[in-house]
Design a protein around this ligand. Structure first.
Ligand code: C2E
Ligand code: MG
Ligand code: MG
Ligand code: MG
Length: 294
């Protein structure tokens, strides 16, 4: 390939092709370095979870938190958008996903002890984890070992999980039998969103940030958003709008009686900062059901 690039570059009298292969080489290099580092990341305790509050837009109360994985790698902080796809490709997402769920269970006990027992904690799960036929059994074992009630947790999946619809439907049923709730993440971002909700009973629809992004500029987006919210309500699902950044967006959505998540309320925070936020924030309120505080 490099030879070809040299040859073409000489032929053309330009460096374009050569530049392209170099660029590709360094991208591949970074990816393979990252893959090597990712293999050690669990043992070296480089992962942590940050939590982003979910807020009831009608009364500004925090009802739950979404756990988001963070990797402090030898290259610095690598965003999930970069390392999750590599973890999925290599299968490393399976042990990483187990770590994530266990850690979320442990953190949830900490939050309870601090007086911040949320109505729910959401954990993201990749399609790759659903390929494991023992997935729900592993999940059950983690909740049992950690002595945490699965009823307080929600699993966030994307529509890509439905590529293998039979296997997924079975696992989703098993998870629901354990008491877990199911959310469809990034709803409206893909092509087959409606297919997902047709085929499984879901508890929450998380509407993708792209649908709220332009709602203030282009009112057509608001009609689409309102229609999706209507679909969700008819399916008895709760609605969460992702990526609310502006006060105007929150105001516009306030009458819909839905939940929101976004930088406007809070960025994802490490557990100790979440504690401080919940102690001080104007968005926090008494939405914690008493039975969860026992
Ligand atoms: P997601 O599950 O849809 O999570 C929401 C993402 O939007 C998070 O990015 C969050 O930080 C970001 N976000 C929240 N509010 C705003 C906002 O107002 N503006 C903007 N611009 N962004 C906002 P993050 O943490 O970088 O995660 C990206 C994606 O990586 C997640 O999207 C999820 O698909 C994946 N991911 C993160 N943690 C995990 C994990 O533990 N397991 C798996 N399988 N995937 C994960
Ligand atoms: Mg999510
Ligand atoms: Mg999302
Ligand atoms: Mg996502």
């Amino acid at each position: 390939e490099a030879d070809f690039a040299m040859y073409s570059a000489k032929q053309n009298g330009k460096n374009n092709v050569q530049f392209f292969t170099h660029e590709l080489d360094s991208q591949m290099m970074r990816k393979s370095q990252m893959e090597q580092a990712l293999k050690k990341a669990l043992d070296e305790q480089q992962f942590s979870l940050h939590y982003q509050p979910q807020v009831n837009l009608a009364n500004s109360k925090v009802i739950g938190y979404e756990a988001l994985l963070r990797w402090q790698s030898p290259f610095g902080n690598v965003p999930p958008s970069e390392f999750i796809p590599i973890a999925e490709e290599t299968g490393l997402i399976v042990p990483i996903g187990e770590w994530t769920l266990r850690q979320a269970c442990r953190d949830s006990k900490e939050f309870c002890a601090l007086g911040h027992a949320a109505e729910k904690i959401s954990v993201n799960v990749s399609a790759r984890q659903f390929k494991d036929p023992d997935f729900s059994e592993k999940v059950r074992a983690i909740f049992e070992q950690e002595q945490v009630d699965p009823g307080r947790f929600e699993i966030e999946i994307t529509e890509s999980v439905m590529l293998d619809i039979e296997q997924s439907a079975r696992i989703i049923c098993e998870l629901k039998e354990l008491g877990l709730r199911i959310a469809i993440d990034d709803f409206g971002a893909g092509y087959s969103s409606l297919n997902v909700v047709k085929n499984i009973e879901i508890d929450t629809l998380k509407i993708d940030k792209s649908l709220i992004d332009e709602v203030l500029i282009n009112r057509r987006n608001l009609f689409i958003l309102a229609a999706i919210i209507e679909v969700g309500k008819n399916l008895d699902a709760r609605i969460v709008i992702e990526g609310i950044e502006l006060e105007e967006q929150a105001e516009l959505l306030q009458p819909f009686g839905i939940l929101g998540q976004g930088y406007l309320f809070s960025r994802p925070l490490p557990p100790e900062k979440l504690d401080a936020f919940l102690n001080e924030s104007e968005y926090v309120g008494a939405s914690t059901p008493a039975k969860l505080l026992e």
